[in-house]
Design a binder for this molecule. Structure first.
Ligand SMILES: [Zn+2]
Length: 77
């Protein structure tokens, strides 16, 4: 399963290229893309980091996932 990164166990996010022709899975922590069989294709570029950040904000708004399940951050007091 590609949904979770095999390197760090973070959740991967699907990234579509060329109108659904190819979906790569991005690990935000390792900052690389894997294909459908969890084979790492390449590292994420700086340009893509900016783009993904924007998309992620939209994605979270659309899907309304609880933040703590996505990132497992420790509580901030
Ligand atoms: Zn990872």
């Amino acid at each position: 399963m590609t949904l979770f990164c095999k390197q760090c166990d973070s959740r991967r996010l699907p990234e579509c290229f060329e109108e659904g022709k190819l979906t790569l899975w991005l690990c935000k922590k390792c900052e690389n893309f894997a294909d459908g069989e969890d084979i790492i294709i390449r590292e994420q570029t700086d340009e893509e980091r900016g783009e993904v950040k924007r998309k992620l904000e939209e994605f979270q708004k659309t899907n309304n996932f609880p933040e703590e399940k996505m990132t497992r951050r420790k509580g901030v007091n």
